[in-house]
Design a protein around this ligand. Sequence first.
Ligand SMILES: *Cc1c(COP(=O)(O)O)cnc(C)c1O
Length: 381
Amino acid sequence: MSQVPDVPMLDLSPQNGPLLPAIRDAFERVMAKNAFVLGEEVAAFEREIAAMLGVRHAVGASSGTDAQLLAMMAAGIGPGDEVITTPFTFFATAGCIARLGATPVFVDVDPRTYNLDVSKIAAARTPRTKAIAPVHLYGQPCDMRAMLEVARALELPILEDAAQSVLAPATLDAEGHTAMTGGVGLAGWLSFYPTKNLSAFGDAGLATTQDDALAERMRMLRNHGSRVRYHHEAVGGNFRLDGLQAAVLRVKLPHLAGWTDARRAHAALYDRFFAEAGLPSELVSTPVRLEAGHVYHQYVIRTARRDALRARLTESRIGSEVYYPVPLHLQPCFASLRRGVGSFPVAERAASEVLALPIYAELTKAQIERVVDTIVRFHRS
Ligand SMILES: *Cc1c(COP(=O)(O)O)cnc(C)c1O
């Protein structure tokens, strides 16, 4: 019998375990000051992550979803507006647009990267279009060079969903200049949900912008539209970040670059093992990396017999996940958009073929080998 242990999709223990003493110390600091909502820890975290991301303003929020609401509210998205986005993403991207009374206008994705197909954006533009909201899916930056060109030509702001792409640099121009995802467009948002590359001990998120006035608005809207207590100039919400979450995130922040390197190394190892196995690409194709900055929030293969393969992996005590099995235009809550089956064929096909494999930083080479080996044997039997 192999001595290699089970391979969970994600195990937070080896990341959190060694940090617990430092996290407990940080919690003591927060508890000593009773600074449970916003406060010094949040302000310090905002400064530290803004510096790391190279953004002028980082506004801590209660979740990635709330950070998106904040960013979109601050950018003036509201009833009657349209926002161009992808149907192949986590629900929140389109859900927040709809919650603001605006309409998500879906554009199909690139079959190689699953990111918005930039060549299709212009055709989706109408007089009501207010913004383009790309998602850097699985941690791979979108083709921002092309997107910035299109956005400039259409005179539309870009609002970036960087929930999965913390610390992923996007290429901006032919000279190879880069900026961190979330810091490219007018505004962006990140998520620190426990499965994300940088994770809190619960829900937490961040809205980002390079624009001073927009940042001011975000801070006001985060606190029920109030700058002066009990005086409300706009209807905002309670989108505030907790001190305890900021304290955890501050302990983790210095490790993020190392964890990201580990994810990239794991992805390279998966690529190598799959290449060595030589499965035909009709059976299994490995992720296409068009952007060097990919941070592999997920390592996603494409495979025709996806559900049977997934069942085999489960039997072999190997975790896997489908991000995402139903594209957003086919979700019941968006039926009124009248985009039925066949509207976005690339996204629909991806939804039936993608499979995410374990990729967290502390995974071992033997575990990766075992995952690939199990997939290869499935296809050879
Ligand atoms: C996780 C995620 C969100 C939402 O973040 P939460 O912190 O869970 O609210 C939004 N968009 C994408 C693409 C995500 O992966």
